[in-house]
Structure formats: structure tokens, C-alpha cells
Design a protein around this ligand. Sequence first.
Ligand code: FMN
Ligand code: SF4
Length: 508
Amino acid sequence: MKIYVPLDTAAVAVGADAIADAILAEAKARDIPVELIRNGTRGMVWLEPLVEVETEAGRLGFGPMETADVPFLFDDLEGHAKALGPVEEIPYLARQTRLTFARCGVIDPLSIADYEAHGGLAGLRRALAMTPADVVQEVTESGLRGRGGAGFPTGIKWNTVLGAEADQKYIICNADEGDSGTFADRMIMEGDPFTLIEGMAIAGLAVGATKGYVYLRSEYPVAIRVMKEAVRIARLNGLLGADLLGSGKAFDMEIRVGAGAYVCGEETSLLNSLEGKRGIVRAKPPLPALEGFLGKPTVVNNVISLATVPVILEKGAQHYADFGLGRSRGTMPIQIAGNVKYGGLFETAFGMPLGDLINDIAGGTATGRPVKAVQVGGPLGAYLAPAKFDTPFGYEEFTAEDALIGHAGIVVFDDSADMLGMARFAMEFCAVESCGKCTPCRIGAVRGVETIDRIKAGDSAAVELLTDLCDTMKEGSLCALGGFTPFPVMSALEQFPEEFTPAKEAAE
Ligand SMILES: Cc1cc2nc3c(=O)[nH]c(=O)nc-3n(C[C@H](O)[C@H](O)[C@H](O)COP(=O)(O)O)c2cc1C
Ligand code: SF4
């Protein structure tokens, strides 16, 4: 029997390790040989621990599993109380377009053979036969934009680094993933780490960088373990090192663990932290692409941006660009969290209306109460009320609504949410996480909390003051932490003005 039990953090949090142990114990007791594979997750979090058994009819799913359900896996698969049928036919998965996450949950994350059997290394092989400029051109033509938040075209960034003259260049992978409701970076690192390694190697070839680092947050111990092991295996198999797949070209990389600060996800702050300095934002220019890590030209890209490069090289820029909407090309691994029935990762072409994601894919709220608002794009993202649910999931479409996609995390709230409280939280978060370099953020966020408290206490003049303060933070902050905090605050104020009505006046 071949059985899959996810090693993914979310699955482990709800008991996957105990299920794996129980399967091995049961198999031993029955003297049945079992090959147990700790795979990544399929991203259907509400079904975890999701166990899969390989059969002639394909991989059958069982979940959410409890240890008491394990013995029945050996008795009657079809009649099992937790049977879900063929995993790939579960509608949540079947409706996705998996390009970046095609292998996640399918393969053994640490088997290079499995990786290659599912299309791995084809992109790197193709890149090795191309000129660096052609690789950059391919990524540019795919339309890939940075998945870390800003949506900057990846090919254009790479072209700047390619054109920079230097004795050493670097590829830095931003795996700080601090946004609330996001977990795509973690899932791919735990479930398909060679994709990220291959993407970084291709990036290195494209821009002339021979060294890379993954800046990985300390709160992700499983991802750290899997990535470190994957790097070790990659070196042994020539996927990293002085002679990439026998080409004579070099690229190597290391995993570095961050100490835990939201602002260290900001690329210049990250570079300072990686250099052993305090994680404080650097003024731009110079761009990291020209003077980045240790003052050298550096590509800083998000995990998902880099992990999407192999499939672009494997299938061609056009294949990727054929998906999407407007200037948002390809697919986006959307992360659905908060108060929903079916939370998890949903990779789909850009363009799906926000409301379809919430009501149809995620099945509405877990509490069964009406959705009041969703926050998209992490703690700096706007709240969107159901009146905006027709908005298609695309960069420009969200910008037109004064919102942002960011890293594509969606957090859903039902009608019990206190929107003034959420606005206060946004300001408080900014105050706590501010690096302190610029005044609008360092002082503004503290004043923001105080101003919202004044509104709550019945001071009507404070509403205008809050609007004014948000304008100042937006225009005057050095980075997006201070500059974007006004998005959640103002979106709450604009869409739910009655909750900002001074209590005193409301009572009159
Ligand atoms: C406060 C703050 C936090 C950020 N956190 C992250 C993060 O955790 N991961 C990430 O990839 N980008 C983060 N970013 C965006 C990065 O600065 C940068 O734009 C990104 O790493 C570039 O990669 P990309 O072009 O592939 O998106 C953050 C930005 C700000 C202002
Ligand atoms: S906006 Fe905030 S986090 Fe960004 S540089 Fe200014 S003080 Fe630092």
C-alpha cells in the first residue's frame, strides 16, 4: 500500500503526525507492507489531515482523519466513513488551474526523481540552453508580476540586474510571508521545495548571479527543515553548485532564518537584516537591483514569483500569458482564510470575481452569518464590502477600488465584525511594526490609534482629523507599511461610516 500523509504545517497542526504514526503501527500489527509518503498539502485545509491511498482507480482521499479512522483504511476503502473519492475530482481542486502548485501535494517533496517525473528541471534545462537575455525576455513576455505584493514586472527587474556591471550579483528570495491570511509561500516550500530552488537557479543564470539566499521567517520550522534538506539534496544531484546539471555554469544558495519582524519583509529592510544589521528600511534610490545585498546588484523576489519561473520556462511564456485578465497575466495562488467554510489555497487565472471566491469557492462564512467585509492583501489591504464583490481579481481592477491584491490573502469577516475596531487594529499594527525611520509612520500610527479612540469616545471632529492623518501617511511615508495602512482604515471608514459615527451623536 502506498499512503500519503501531509507533512504540511497546517495538517500537522490538526494531527497529521499522529495519523502517520497510527498508519505505521496498524500496518505493522497487520503485517501489511506500507510505503508512507509525507507529501505537501493539496491546500484544502478544512479536510486536513487529508490522507491519500494510491489505488488502481487513482489516489483516493480520506479526511479530515482522526486516529480512530485509521484501522478502517485497511478494511474497506470505499465504505470508509471519511472517504472523499478520487482527490483530484474534489470540486475545490478540480476547478483550479494549477501551474505554480501543479506538484504540491502530489509528489514526495524531497524526491528529485518524483520531481523530475512531474515536469521538474525541464525549465532549468531549457534555460541552460538559452542566453541570459533570452531567459529574461521569456519571463518578461510571460507577464509575470511580483507576487510579494507590489506586482512589479519580474522580467523588468531581472533586466536591470542583468544590465548592471558587477563582479558579484545575488538572488534573494523573500520568504518572510508576514501578511495575515497568507500561506502560499510556506505551502510551496513545504510541498515542492525544488520548484523554488530551480526558479532561483534560473534567475541566477538569467541575470548572472552565482549566489542566492532564502530569507525565511523563523515561525516556519517545517519549511526551514524541508528547504534546508532540499538544498542539500539539490547539491548532491547537481541542481546546485559549480556545475549546474553538467553545464559548467554555477549557482548555489543558502537558507537564512529571519528573527521575526513584519517590516523585514520589505525588501530593503530584509537586505539590512540579511547583512546582520537592524531591520530598518533603506531609502531608494539606489534600487536593490543596482545596489542591493552587500552593495551588489540583487534580485529580490517573492517565493511565488520565483517558484513560478520553472513552469514558465518549461511550458513557454505564451502558455502562461494565455491565462489571466488585462495586465494581470497567468494564475494567482489565492489564499482564503478567516471566517469561511472552505479555507485553503485556490490557484486560478486572474479575473474571477471576488464574490465568486468568497460565496462559491469558499462556501460563505463558517458561522453561517452574512459576510460583512473581506480584507484582501494582508494587514495593509483594504476591506471590501459585498457591494464590491463584482470586482475581478486583478491588479488594476483592485487599484480602481482603492484596494490591493498584495500576496493574495483573503480574510473573511461576518456581520459581527467591529469595523472601527478593525481600523484601530490596522493603526496599532503599524505602530507596533514600524521600523521608526520616517515620521508619518512612526508618529502617525500612534496618533492614528489615539484619534480612533477619540471617535469611539464621541469626538465627531476626530473623523476629519483621521482622514487628514491618513492622507499624510499615504503621501509622506517612506515605505508601504506607513503608506498603505490608510487603506484598511479609510476603506472601513468609507464603507461603514455609521460605525464611525460618534457615540454621543448617535445617541441623540
Ligand atoms: C512592510 C512590508 C512588508 C513586506 N513583506 C513582504 C513579504 O513578507 N514577502 C514578500 O515577498 N514581499 C514583501 N513585501 C514586498 C517586498 O518589499 C518586495 O516588493 C518583494 O519582495 C519583491 O518581490 P516580488 O517582485 O517578487 O513581489 C513587503 C513590503 C512591505 C512594505
Ligand atoms: S513607513 Fe514606517 S516602516 Fe516604512 S520606513 Fe517609514 S517608519 Fe519605517
